[in-house]
Design a protein around this ligand. Structure first.
Ligand SMILES: [Zn+2]
Length: 280
């Protein structure tokens, strides 16, 4: 059985065994969405997803992280949660707070910090095995709610998630049918971003990997801020939006109904310009 089929079986088994997951998936299907377009250049889908408050509202400062039991370590996971081994070092899990259809978390066995540099090849291997999925990475200061435990995420592809460069935010694109070549080009991009942000433990970024017509594709979204100004505002000016890879691609998650209703094109342009790092 191939990995795609194993995942479908995992989802049906886990929904039987784990009521929280079954509930979350049925809620996810009812989430409201709005579509905003910038001519033919760019489309944003805004999704209202209240369960994502666990991630959007997450404190990721060192103290908060050190105090909480890591939810990706095997000993702290729900006893109902099962997974599929991958490459001998990862476990593929159903994400209990889904944004996408068949939303997965791919967790490394060992509790090591979120760093992508030497793991881009693993991301591409998973993309090759799951042609109907996007595989995505949120850097430790760019949307990851477990910056202390390396993990990737994945979910069913949709056109909105495959959008490349646009005027609203930077997307650096790598494409080749040769996996090693993609890894080498990623290393060049990484070195350039490190030069731009020498003080960061890892240059801030989100990455989306997928395959299309036997080509490996990487979309790298360089970042300069974790959360926009509006996240920290109070009252009417507040927008509780904490962008990660999917938001940068074009699927913006709001956790509060009021943000979902009022978010307009100017807000979106403003948020992108605050969090996306311009590459000249
Ligand atoms: Zn852990």
């Amino acid at each position: 059985m191939n990995l795609s089929d194993e995942i479908i079986q995992l989802f049906s088994r886990q929904q039987e065994q784990w009521p929280q997951l079954k509930h979350a998936i049925s809620q996810q299907k009812q989430n409201q969405e709005r579509v905003l377009t910038w001519g033919n250049d760019f489309t944003v889908v805004v999704q209202c997803n209240p369960t994502r408050i666990v991630s959007t509202g997450a404190g990721i400062d060192r103290q908060t992280i050190e105090k909480r039991p890591c939810f990706l370590c095997a000993e702290n996971r729900s006893s109902s949660q099962e997974g599929i081994p991958f490459m001998g070092k990862y476990i593929i899990l159903c994400n209990p707070y889904p944004i996408l259809e068949n939303h997965l978390t791919i967790s490394l066995h060992s509790h090591v910090p979120q760093r992508i540099r030497r793991k881009i090849g693993d991301m591409l291997s998973l993309a090759a095995e799951l042609p109907e999925y996007v595989i995505f990475y949120n850097g430790p200061l760019s949307g990851a709610s477990a910056p202390d435990h390396f993990h990737l995420q994945a979910g069913r592809k949709s056109p909105i998630l495959l959008q490349g460069e646009s005027e609203l935010r930077t997307c650096m694109m790598i494409e080749s049918n040769n996996k090693e070549e993609v890894e080498e080009l990623f290393e060049e991009v990484y070195q350039y971003l490190h030069y731009r942000q020498p003080d960061e433990e890892e240059p801030m970024m989100n990455v989306i990997a997928f395959t299309e017509e036997n080509q490996f594709k990487l979309h790298i979204f360089p970042r300069k801020a974790h959360r926009p100004r509006q996240y920290f505002e109070e009252g009417n000016k507040k927008l509780l939006i904490s962008p990660g890879a999917l938001d940068l691609a074009g699927l913006i998650i709001t956790v509060r109904e009021e943000d979902f209703t009022k978010l307009n094109k100017q807000d979106i342009e403003d948020i992108y310009s605050q969090v996306s790092l311009q590459i000249i």
